[in-house]
Design a protein around this ligand. Structure first.
Ligand SMILES: *Cc1c(COP(=O)(O)O)cnc(C)c1O
Length: 384
């Protein structure tokens, strides 16, 4: 792994880490090594350590080095999806009888993985309000191995004080996992605040163009890194070469995209707070947001996700989603184009009836990098 970029600023790391010119041709972008196996120079004579692309592939290596550098970690690993990364992490760290603390406001798929999959293998879990470190402490048992945090959270934009929860987790001998998908490493670096492992859905801001599904794990512990790499190879849900290439390409513009996402989202949130049909706006950049001070302390800017509640309940919320013309109605987030959705019926349908149920009048927008005035006009007409 090359560390020569680690002392550089983020924008430089994003473009250069892992992106060394191709040794054979000088191509300035790492080629898509669309290959499964590698010629050996005599039995065991590997060129550059490559023997089979599940174990390692040069395009994936380039992405993994880039990811590690971006999060300030020692080791980055790329997977076929965010949930594949989460599954690998949980199976690497947990055994039957272990306990996990999960947030009361987690991505629906993460919750489903705990509630419907991992629980069948004898792993216990309980829910905490991670925005309150005391609630995390109360949920920890003598079997807790992992504390899971998502900040900002999906879809309620809750903020967790990563450094404070890292102290609580480490005092209990548990590993702190932070899902950094909403912030991206440009806005927030959990490892530097005491987290043990960072999780990403690369599908979102890292890829940034709604054209690839991927996931990542990054850690600064050599020991955890080895354990995760072993499981990545043993379980096999790796990122393919073309997907790795797409994410590596997207990351080069991550800083400029996140600046514009944050700027546009700030304007959207501000307009919504003044709109008569909107009863509540959830955006950590607003001074009245309960997590505003913590977010201002641990984030560079407040990101591109905004949720809001509308007057008239579920039907009114659904109608707003149906009426936008520029905001595309769809799941996912983090692309250059703006998206709108109804979490209760779409992304978070899997948490209905659980402690993680979301309000029925909630609308979530992923604010893209289009012209801000065009975005404001579209939301105004959709609200009526
Ligand atoms: C989308 C998402 C995931 C899951 O990632 P996939 O790439 O869809 O598997 C996990 N966490 C958060 C916060 C997400 O938004």
């Amino acid at each position: 792994m090359s560390h020569e970029h680690l002392d550089k600023s983020f924008e430089t790391i994003a473009i250069h880490a892992g992106n060394t010119a191709d040794p054979l041709t000088g191509a300035v972008v790492p080629p898509i090594y669309q290959v499964s196996t590698y010629k050996q120079d005599g039995v065991g004579g590997l060129r550059g350590g490559y023997e089979y692309s599940r174990s390692a592939n040069p395009t994936r290596t380039a992405l993994e080095e880039n990811l590690a550098a971006l999060e300030g970690g020692r080791r980055g690993l790329a997977f076929a999806s965010g949930l594949a990364a989460e599954d690998c992490l949980l199976r690497a760290l947990l055994a039957p009888g272990d306990h996990v603390v999960i947030p009361n406001d987690a991505y629906g798929g993460t919750f489903r993985l705990f509630a419907k999959v991992v629980s069948r293998w004898g792993v216990e879990w309980s829910v905490a309000d991670t925005s309150d470190p005391a609630s995390v402490r109360d949920a920890i048992t003598d079997r807790t191995k992992v504390v899971w945090v998502e900040t900002p959270s999906n879809p309620l934009l809750g903020i967790t004080d990563i450094a404070a929860v890292a102290e609580v987790a480490s005092a209990a001998g548990a590993k702190l996992v932070v899902d950094n998908t909403f912030a991206s490493p440009y806005l927030q670096q959990p490892l530097s605040l005491g987290a043990d492992i960072v999780v990403h859905s690369l599908t979102k801001y890292m890829g940034g163009h709604s054209d690839v599904v991927g996931g990542a794990l990054i850690t600064n512990s050599a020991e955890i890194g080895e354990e995760l790499a072993y499981h990545q190879n043993a379980m096999g849900a790796v990122a393919g070469p073309f997907d790795s290439w797409l994410v590596l390409r997207g990351i080069k513009t991550l800083p400029v995209r996140m600046d514009r996402h944050s700027e546009n989202a700030g304007k959207v949130a501000e307009m919504l707070t003044r709109h008569a049909k909107v009863t509540q706006v959830l955006y950590p950049g607003l001074p009245e947001h309960p997590g505003h001070d913590v977010a201002a302390k641990q984030m560079r800017a407040f990101g591109g996700m905004v949720s809001f509640r509308v007057e008239g309940g579920e039907q009114a919320a659904v109608e707003v989603c149906n009426r936008t013309k520029l905001f595309t109605l769809g799941e996912s987030l983090g692309g250059v184009e703006s998206l709108i959705e109804h979490p209760g019926r779409m992304t978070h349908a899997s948490v209905a009836g659980s402690a993680l149920e979301v309000p029925a009048d909630l609308v979530r927008v992923s604010v893209g990098i289009e012209n801000a005035d065009d975005l404001l006009a579209d939301l105004r007409q959709a609200l009526g």
